[in-house]
Write a protein that binds this ligand. Sequence first.
Ligand code: NAD
Ligand code: UGA
Length: 470
Amino acid sequence: MKKIKNICCLGAGYVGGPTMSVIALKCPDINVTVVDLNKDRIDLWNSEDLDKLPVYEPGLDEVVKIARGRNLFFSTDIEKAIASAEMIFIAVNTPTKTYGEGKGMASDLKFVELCARQIADVAITDKIIVEKSTLPVRTADILQTILDSNGNGVNFEVLSNPEFLAEGTAINDLLNADRVLIGGKQNSSGLEAIESLVNIYSNWLSPEQIITTNLWSSELSKLTANAFLAQRISSINALSELCEATEADIDEVAYAIGTDSRIGPKFLKASVGFGGSCFQKDVLNLVYLCRYFNLPEVANYWEQIILMNDHQKHRFAKNIITTLFNTVNGKKIGFLGWAFKKDTNDTRESAAIYVADYLINDGAKIHVFDPKVSENKIKEDLKQLWKLKGLDVEEINRKTNQIKVCNNHKMAVHKSHAIAVLTEWDEFVNYDWDTIYKNMYKPAFIFDGRNILNNENLTNIGFKVRSIGK
Ligand code: NAD
Ligand code: UGA
């Protein structure tokens, strides 16, 4: 078995950065170099001030502080890092295609393909290539074909090692993983490569936490895991609407069913809808694959998760408008939260973007406060959406004027007609709600898209509270 001394990771994003930092922390004898095409991102990874790391994750700064400069390096010199590594992780983005064949459904593999071509160009020694990005089942075939076109007589062994971390808890998820999954070819060179990677994780995980399978099971298990998780959220969100119609309480229902050990309590929190860069993209990818393999019933089954999630975001926004006497035109709505979940600065596919768009269409003035998301990011998120919808520059500028980003919550909610909670940041619970109430237009509405606030207290203060599934 090959003893790995140098690792390279292509992609210094939310996955590449934290996963490689933890590998470097736990394997001091291995040099880990994380490279990216994006120089600004690499500069931020190298910044002296650890508050400036491009990814916000609790505990990440501590890990980077220990390992960076010792055996963890961030660089834009991709060729050099590829050349000197025995093992190369591919952790680049695999977004939903926005053009051409499979538009809006299939994963865009152009970044992954580019990585394979770069590796094939540069490599003059044997390498183990590890798929860390989430990929459609059978992508390893594509990678192997491209890599094998390298004319240097180099042997490439492709492994699948999907990542299961969740943002906001990434460091803990990596240090105490439920499991890591490693798929590889079931022949002698494949099994040897699997063992090299098992060896790395064995520095901090027990054998029971390391699952090995064939390549295709590993690739498909990642899509399946995300589909199952997203399916639970859409299921509970579907029932939240039934609760609202029947006076059942969705949190009570979730608790009651979650105590059944076969169902379990996790991922049953009703919400304004799931966001994040992966659930939607991976479920759509699964649906696309099923259609590709001519399995329409299977595709339609999984697609319902996305349709329900869109419905949940839409009905939350619509409820704000109907409750505010059927128009929010010229009204100030204070948004608490923009990130797709708490403890992250990531906003990709956040429900807040879609709710804001819907309300802005009705003429609302949205004032946002998020503890970790910048003004620039918030405006960019909306501009991106409007561009995708085909709006012209003038219209985009006009709409952008309806959004104001505040650097504290008081400004966001002062003299507002309603408050909407879009992210479950802990600090929102303990705000001085008495004072907030005094400074709002009456009736003062709160739409709690995360069911985190204390309804009874707020109602006693005078708020009209609307939660999910209550
Ligand atoms: P990201 O967009 O944060 O990071 C990807 C990085 O790859 C970018 O910085 C980009 O510049 C870089 N890149 C693109 N092409 C490159 C190339 N040829 N060479 C070097 N760098 C290149 O994405 P992410 O959130 O880290 O996700 C990466 C993959 O991991 C995706 O497939 C995603 O589905 C999967 N994943 C993400 C999470 C998560 O929590 N974000 C969790 C599990 C799996
Ligand atoms: C998710 C998975 O949990 C990870 O295992 C996976 O590795 C990752 O996707 C990925 O492949 O990218 P992440 O999206 O970071 O992780 O965060 P989650 O905690 O899963 O939350 C996703 C969304 O669902 C958030 O908007 C969250 O608020 C929402 N959610 C989650 C609910 O609305 N209710 C819940 O009960 C749980």
